[in-house]
Design a protein around this ligand. Sequence first.
Ligand code: ADP
Ligand code: ZN
Length: 527
Amino acid sequence: RVGQAGAMAETPLQILNRVFGFPAFRGRQQAVIERLMVGGDALVLMPTGGGKSLCYQIPALLRPGTGIVVSPLIALMQDQVDALRQLGVRAAFLNSSLARDQVERTEHALLAGQLDLLYVAPERLLSGRFLALLERTPIALFAIDEAHCVSQWGHDFRPEYVQLDLLHRRWPQVPRVALTATADAPTRSEILTRLQLPLDAQFVSSFDRPNIRYRIVEKRSPRQQLLQFLKREHPGDAGIVYCRSRRSVDETAEFLREQGFQSVPYHAGMTAEQRRANQARFLREDGLITVATIAFGMGIDKPDVRFVAHLDLPKSLEAYYQETGRAGRDGLPADAWMTYGLGDLVMLRRFIDESGAEEQFKRLEHQKLDNMLGLCETTECRRQVLLNYFGEPLPEPCGNCDTCLEPVPTWDGTVAAQKALSCIFRTGERFGASYLTDVLLGKTNERMRRFGHDKVSTHGIGLELNADQWRSVYRQLVAAGLVAVDVEGHGGLRLTENSRPLLRGERSIRLRQDPDNKAQKRAARAP
Ligand code: ADP
Ligand code: ZN
């Protein structure tokens, strides 16, 4: 027995050493474990790879009873359980992939007190049969993995997750820990509310990767730009180049080989055999470049990846963060480099619109893309924008991103920003950027007349900029935290605490200057 046998004597640190073979806790692991050990609840926010599992595995071993882990990732359960068993932990899982007799064996082991950890799919957990079993067995804790699945506005919404608050009602004395890598503020508060976790239960690990230098350049001839970047900064280094399409993966890999860089392709159109071989080479060899679609990356833990390059725009900041996060795991300097152009935007918008998904989902995807654009367009520290999105404001500019190192040309957008903000205010803080832009440009349509917005004082006061520029102003205001996007509603924009000083004229704002943009210069000169 790994677990409770020595429970009285052992501390969480001793379990970490003896069972898992690690010398020390990382980040907030110890704090979370201590909280659960005394019967408290916790919400754990850690980036992927941050070490969430130990937060519930160790208390499950130390507390009397079985730790019940709810997870929607059925495909991963077998692996997780196998890994635990190799360490001597008595773990099992229950999901729809099991045969009847396997289920019965596991249920029997649970009732006999022979399990330290039991992974269950949410629909299984909520079944009357399983809940009745739980009534008859001591429970060490409930771990709710991928807790963002409770959010109705997220990608991964699972209706069963909303019902998980019943665990608290039926077993009020059993500690619960919810875990996720999705940490934007609305999702976080939705998890707390729906699972009825106390406000002080949050344990947030830093998402910052200070050794990664973020850079985003305008897309002109992406392969040539990539080549210059590699020649100048990464000759002989291992790295990953992400492209959107399989064709462009093949072509880029070929191009790099012609230019004398060792590279292999990786995408879902290749055979499993080829993919495995290329991935194995990447992990084993020095200085190999993998050119890949987003199919590449799950479980890639190569410490010395010196750069991650994007030739195409990812669809969200979550994706960008995860993909760039594969660089510099060893803590040494690494680059996250990307080319980005308007074509990316058009393509991704079209993907979303033609996806056949529900309207609400599409709206959310568009909004995620807007946030991604906010990062591309910011004149401020990229790391601050990125971390702000993940709910972790960085007080000072980082000094290790392109905008910190080479400030971009800007224009005085104070007056434009004031107009944009008052237009949000005058129309009731409920409308999106396109509608607000129409109002500023003095357009009239049926909807606008119905709301009387063709009569508001901001109607037609924005003729000095065109529609693209106004949308860019709004994107930049969102990126700067001066405007919030209403995730709970319909993606409407509203003012924030920070908007007031700007509206009152107590502060000014500089906006990114797009190349060849005469209208913005004119607006900047206007009194
Ligand atoms: P997450 O679920 O947050 O993505 P995992 O729990 O799978 O992350 O942990 C990621 C990796 O980090 C695993 O290989 C795990 O063994 C390792 N790990 C976790 N905690 C520690 C620690 N305190 N010391 C060393 N390695 C750790
Ligand atoms: Zn910076």
